[in-house]
Design a protein around this ligand. Structure first.
Ligand SMILES: [Zn+2]
Length: 362
């Protein structure tokens, strides 16, 4: 897998460097890419110093040139920057495909997968149902290799939601999401916990020769092992967070027919130093993004409330507005005397705002 990733990187950089040479010639970019691919197939692959390319899957360079062409068209459409050279430290990934749709692979529901031109591999998690696919992308995160592929399938949305009343959701640092019906979702790991493990790993290895490219110092073997352990720790907590967000947003989208959520003034919150690192890690943006795209899949109505609406400062019982410093976890109304959890109070207010906002998606 690592060799194939290296091959893909080599081909991409080859294509890019040759393209930079012919950039100003008068021809379409797709023609130039096709010409570059011909040079690679008919000339470069035959050179003795590039014989190693013939021991690896030929589908890798085919898909890599296709990716390079796609990167160029994205650039010309103004959707992205000009392609950059790939570096080893940016990670490993490559794509192989069956030559055409007629040769697509039937994936059986079992704990192994047959990947065109590479062979059959054991999987950690079984494929849940039989499906067909043509293109397979293999990538690495920390010390694990992943395969991803597209299948043709239709998602059937559920016919009804168990809860029809509008629910308000307040996002917070202490409790991740508080719902106006009293339910709440707690983050799987606190921010502090997520930070302790990598910090400990770094502190224990503080005397290792860590390497510095500018000074020409190479990292020691033990430092490299330390980097691998660190990558594993980071990947683990990222996986936990991703799993939590996906499960939570799916559960909410399936359960509630109508959702009201705050428009997050994230830049304003980031200006507050104490909140900044907490919010960066929470995935509030990702949470809202997932709710919005899942609303189409499950037929849920998602409304975004105007960011200037004082959801946490308003009393959900009498409408009295008072200052609420972040340290106060309980809303004690100075007008009607009600005492309520701060986040729950905000969530109830958000639910009431349903229908009053301008931005909404269905
Ligand atoms: Zn009140």
């Amino acid at each position: 897998m690592a060799r194939h990733s290296g091959y893909a990187r080599f081909c991409y950089n080859f294509a890019l460097s040759l393209y930079l040479g012919v950039k100003d010639l008068d021809a379409s970019s797709s023609k130039k890419v096709a010409a570059i691919e011909r040079v690679f197939t008919n000339h470069v692959k035959k050179l003795p110093q590039y014989q190693w390319t013939n021991t690896l899957s030929s589908r890798v360079y085919k898909t890599t040139f296709r990716h390079f062409g796609a990167a160029l068209s994205r650039f010309f459409e103004g959707k992205s920057c000009f392609p950059k050279f790939k570096r080893k430290k940016d990670g490993d990934s490559f794509t192989v495909d069956a030559a055409d749709w007629n040769h697509s692979i039937l994936l059986k529901p079992q704990k192994s997968i047959k990947i065109p031109t590479l062979g059959t591999f054991r999987l950690k998690e079984a494929i849940p149902f039989p499906c067909m696919s043509q293109t397979f992308t293999i990538s690495r995160t920390a010390d694990k290799w992943y395969v991803s592929f597209t299948i043709k399938a239709q998602k059937i949305p559920p016919l009804f939601h168990p809860v029809v009343e509008t629910v308000g959701i307040d996002l917070g640092v202490s409790t991740f999401a508080t719902l106006s019906d009293g339910n709440y979702y707690e983050s799987p790991q606190t921010l502090k916990k997520a930070k302790t493990k990598p910090s400990k790993e770094q502190w224990r290895n503080r005397h290792k020769q860590l390497g510095n490219r500018k000074l020409g110092v190479k990292a020691s073997n033990n430092a490299r092992k330390h980097y691998q352990r660190l990558a594993k720790i980071h990947a683990h907590s990222a996986n936990q967070r991703r799993d939590f967000l996906q499960k939570t947003t799916t559960e909410i989208s399936q359960k509630y027919a109508s959702i009201c959520i705050e428009d997050l003034n994230v830049s304003g919150m980031l200006a507050n130093h104490k909140l900044a690192s907490a919010i960066c890690d929470c995935g509030f943006y990702e949470f809202r993004r997932q709710l919005e795209y899942k609303s189409v899949m499950y037929g849920t109505k998602v409304e975004v409330v105007d960011r200037w609406y004082p959801s946490s400062k308003t009393c959900s019982s009498c409408g009295h507005i008072q200052a609420m410093p972040l340290s106060e976890r309980v809303f004690n109304c100075q007008h009607c005397g009600i005492a309520m959890n701060r986040d729950l109070n905000a969530a109830i207010n958000l639910a009431r705002q349903s229908g009053m906002s301008k931005t909404s998606s269905v």
